[in-house]
Design a protein around this ligand. Structure first.
Ligand code: ATP
Ligand code: MG
Length: 459
């Protein structure tokens, strides 16, 4: 499956360290190109995340030549022909031209085969827009029509989709990821092949699936991609499928549950936490639904969403702390928090002082209200008011965590309370009283109050 090499003379701006890396390799008699995402993103005038270089030098030669030119060299993936080099804190991956071997398990290439030419290396890449190479003197090497697809906004697989998605099913999800990041359409044959092979994604590791799903959720065009790719996402995250087309039958809603969700994701804070919580916030709605006359209701759906989200996230590769935060946001997305100092401090106390978690919750609440009918406008205002109160609380330096109290655990123990959970319990009670303005955050006042709580508990 080799291409017709087409060189397009067009200049792409490259950072100095990349130009130095290319010229170091080439002045030592090797060939080197920038490849993949950096060429795509530079042509689109988007931010380039990282620069990857492909070369005909073996990794041992890359190490030797780059080290002697003063680059720091890290042996990160010698087995796959990859060496990471860096200069002034800028890292690049340099990989020997390779073609992936057979993928008997649909997960990993059984072996990587090193090849002689850049054309062979480009042929193993997933999509035409990711299969271009660039060198400042030679221009763009575009074997698969990547430039035309960039212009047309099209995601098209390199070669035969049935073969390429059978080799590595993660590419199916990557197609949706690039649609979300770039706002591109899936070319018809590519799309057909993605859909027909989607169940092969069950063999792909949780780490790779999680990475692509997260990248997809963070995409600028995520609403459109979620709408288009629900059937693909459903093959790895069946918990979302029931939302598709689920009509809400309430005057507060203008979309079905999935389209509403897609909008909420799009407008939620652009962080993995904000986006994952938005994706799953209403997953319990289909289960909680009942009709009363011509009105639909979803009472209690956040708790069902929490259980569904817990199941979905447990199969992915996410840290327990991250999952706990997502579940907190899902649980509270629909809870009314009045825009008052006390309510804001209480919520902060519940979050252990995690201001970012609270900001994310407010962001999700706003996104949720924005994706509803005009009847929900007061909730948009409430979310904005909460933001203002939160900023004031933070600026005031008032206590909203145990750590900010004028007494600590040692002080409580000095009153005769033995080390253990009672100490924390008393501190929590003191914090509640301070937040409710029943007590000042004053050492003597708190010690007196602690002594009387301890006495009541002891009697
Ligand atoms: P990003 O900016 O998110 O890093 P990227 O295009 O660089 O985007 P990577 O996952 O870093 O994406 O992959 C680098 C390049 O390697 C891709 O552009 C593509 O050419 C190739 N590639 C990555 N994963 C695959 C895969 N599963 N199958 C085929 N080619 C792949
Ligand atoms: Mg990359």
């Amino acid at each position: 499956m080799l291409c017709n090499a087409t060189y397009i003379s067009k200049a792409i701006p490259l950072p100095e360290y990349v130009i130095e890396a290319l010229s170091t390799l080439e002045s030592s008699g090797f060939e080197a190109w920038c490849v993949g995402g950096c060429v795509r993103d530079a042509l689109l005038e988007r931010h380039v995340n990282d620069y990857d270089i492909a070369t005909n030098a073996r990794w041992e030669d890359v190490e030797r030549v780059m080290a002697s030119s003063g680059f720091a060299v890290h042996r990160t993936g010698a087995k796959h022909g990859t060496v990471t080099v860096s200069r002034n804190g800028h890292a690049m991956e340099i990989t020997t031209y390779r073609a992936d071997g057979e993928y008997t398990d649909g997960r990993h290439p059984d072996c990587v085969e090193f090849v002689r030419t850049i054309e062979e290396d480009l042929a193993r890449r997933d999509f035409t827009i990711n299969a271009m190479a660039y060198h400042p003197d030679r221009g763009i090497l575009d074997c698969w029509g990547g430039m035309a697809d960039l212009d047309a906004g099209m995601i098209r697989v390199v070669g035969d989709g049935n073969e390429r998605f059978s080799e590595d099913a993660l590419r199916i999800l990557r197609g949706c990821r690039f649609a979300s990041q770039l706002g591109f359409s899936l070319e018809a044959d590519t799309k057909q092949a993605m859909w027909s092979h989607k169940m092969r994604m069950s063999h792909v590791s949780a780490e790779r699936i999680t990475h692509e799903l997260t990248e997809m959720l963070l995409g600028e065009h995520v609403r459109d991609a979620l709408m288009e790719c629900i059937d693909i996402i459903g093959a790895v995250l069946p918990e979302v499928v029931a939302m598709k087309g689920f009509e809400q039958h309430t005057p507060y809603h203008i979309y079905d549950v999935w389209e509403h969700t897609a909008w909420v994701v799009q407008r939620s804070p652009r962080t993995p936490l904000g986006r994952w919580a938005a994706l799953l916030h209403d997953s319990g709605k289909p289960g909680a639904f009942f009709m009363d006359g011509d009105r639909g209701h979803f009472y209690g759906h956040p708790l069902l969403s929490v259980e569904i989200a817990r199941g979905a996230l447990s199969r992915l590769s996410l840290s327990p702390a991250f999952v706990a935060d997502v579940l907190t946001l899902v649980r509270l997305h629909d809870k009314t928090i009045p825009a008052t100092t006390k309510a804001v401090k209480r919520t902060l106390a519940e979050f252990g002082g995690d201001i970012e978690l609270f900001r994310t919750l407010i962001g999700i609440k706003k996104a949720d209200a924005l994706a509803q009918s005009a009847l929900s406008e007061p909730r948009i205002q409430l979310a904005s008011d909460l933001e203002v109160v939160l900023d004031n609380v933070i600026a005031s330096q008032d206590a909203f965590t145990i750590g900010q109290l004028a007494v600590n655990g040692k002080d409580i123990m000095s009153l005769g309370v033995p080390e253990g959970p009672r100490v924390g319990g008393i501190l929590s009670e003191l914090l509640s009283s301070v937040i409710d303005e029943k007590l000042p955050n004053d050492r003597n006042a708190l010690l007196d109050a602690a002594a009387s709580i301890a006495k009541t508990q002891a009697s």
